[in-house]
Ligand binder design. Structure first.
Ligand SMILES: NC(=O)c1ccc[n+]([C@@H]2O[C@H](COP(=O)([O-])OP(=O)(O)OC[C@H]3O[C@@H](n4cnc5c(N)ncnc54)[C@H](O)[C@@H]3O)[C@@H](O)[C@H]2O)c1
Length: 246
C-alpha cells in the first residue's frame, strides 16, 4: 500500500470495521469509511483521527450505494482498495427463513459488495491495479453453527464473487480475496451468546478455546491489501481457530 492510498471500507463503524480502519491507516491509507450509524461513525472518527473520513450511507439500498459511490468518486477520486465488510447476522435456520428474510440478508451482506465493486472497479481497471477484500464468514464455508441459513448463503455468495472477480480481473492487476472469520469478540457475537453457559459451550468447540480478537481479522485484511500479498488472488483466508481445517 502506498502512502495515502484511498481505501473504501463498508460497515466501517462496527467492531471489525473500526479495527480494519485502524490497520489500514497504520499502513498508510486514507480510509473512507461508510456506515449508516452516524453516531458510531462519529465515535470511530474521533478514535481514528485524520486518516479516517466518515461517509454516512445506506448500503442496503441500490440508490444509497450509488449516491455514496458518486460522492466518493467526486471527492476522493478512484480508490484502489475496497473492503466489503458490511453485514448483519441472521440465526433462523432453513424452514424458519422466508424468502423476504433471505432477500434482506442477501441485499446487505452480498448485493452491497456486488454493487460497491461495480461502482469502484472501473477506477481500479483504469489505474491498472487494485485490491478487493470481501468479508465472508466461516458460515459461508460450513453452513453455519450458530448462524442462520440466509446468513450462510449470503456469505457463500461472497466467496463466489471473490472467485469470479479474481479470475476476471487478475489480468488487469486487481486481486480479490476473502476472509472467512468465525466467533469474533463483537456485539454480533454478544447478541448470540446470551449466557456464560452459551459461551462455555462455544469455547469447548473451538480448538484454540477462545474467541477471535477483531484485530486478528483486521490484520489479515491489511495483509491481503499489502504489497507482500501481491501474488495472492482468489484466496479465502480462514480465521476460525481450527474449528474447520482444510
Ligand atoms: N462478529 C463475528 O463474529 C463475525 C464472524 C464472521 C464474519 N463476520 C462479518 O464481519 C463483518 C463485520 O462484522 P462486525 O462483527 O464488525 O459487525 P458489526 O455489527 O459490529 O458492524 C456492522 C456495521 O454495519 C453497519 N450497517 C448495518 N446496516 C447498514 C446499512 N444498511 N448501511 C450501512 N451500514 C450498515 C452497522 O451500523 C455496523 O457499524 C460482517 O460482514 C459480518 O458478517 C463477523
Amino acid at each position: 500500500m502506498s502512502q495515502q492510498e484511498a481505501a473504501v471500507l463498508t460497515g466501517a463503524a462496527g467492531t471489525i470495521g473500526v479495527a480494519t480502519a485502524r490497520r489500514l491507516i497504520a499502513g498508510g491509507a486514507r480510509v473512507y469509511g461508510i456506515d449508516i450509524d452516524t453516531r458510531a461513525l462519529d465515535a470511530a472518527a474521533a478514535q481514528l483521527g485524520a486518516g479516517f473520513v466518515p461517509v454516512v450511507g445506506d448500503l442496503g439500498s441500490e440508490a444509497g450505494i450509488a449516491a455514496c459511490c458518486a460522492d466518493l468518486l467526486r471527492t476522493a477520486g478512484p480508490a484502489c482498495i475496497l473492503v466489503n465488510n458490511v453485514g448483519i447476522l441472521t440465526t433462523d435456520k432453513f424452514l424458519q427463513t422466508s424468502l423476504a428474510d433471505l432477500r434482506h440478508a442477501m441485499a446487505l451482506n452480498f448485493e452491497s459488495a456486488y454493487l460497491m465493486t461495480q461502482h469502484l472497479l472501473p477506477g481500479m481497471v483504469a489505474a491498472g491495479r487494485g485490491r478487493i477484500v470481501n468479508v465472508s464468514s466461516f458460515a459461508g464455508r460450513s453452513g453455519g453453527l450458530l448462524a442462520g441459513t440466509a446468513y450462510s448463503l449470503s456469505k457463500a455468495a461472497m466467496i463466489g464473487l471473490t472467485f469470479s472477480l479474481a479470475r476476471e480481473f487478475g489480468p488487469k492487476g486487481i486481486s480479490t480475496n476473502a476472509v472467512a472469520p468465525a466467533f469474533v469478540r463483537s456485539e454480533m457475537m454478544a447478541r448470540n451468546l446470551k449466557t456464560p453457559e452459551d459461551e462455555a459451550r462455544l469455547l469447548a468447540a473451538i480448538p484454540l478455546q477462545r474467541l477471535c480478537d477483531p484485530d486478528e481479522v483486521a490484520s489479515a485484511i491489511a495483509y491481503l491489501v499489502s504489497a507482500p500479498a501481491g501474488f495472492i488472488n482468489g484466496e479465502v483466508f480462514d480465521i476460525n481457530g481450527a474449528v474447520q481445517c482444510d
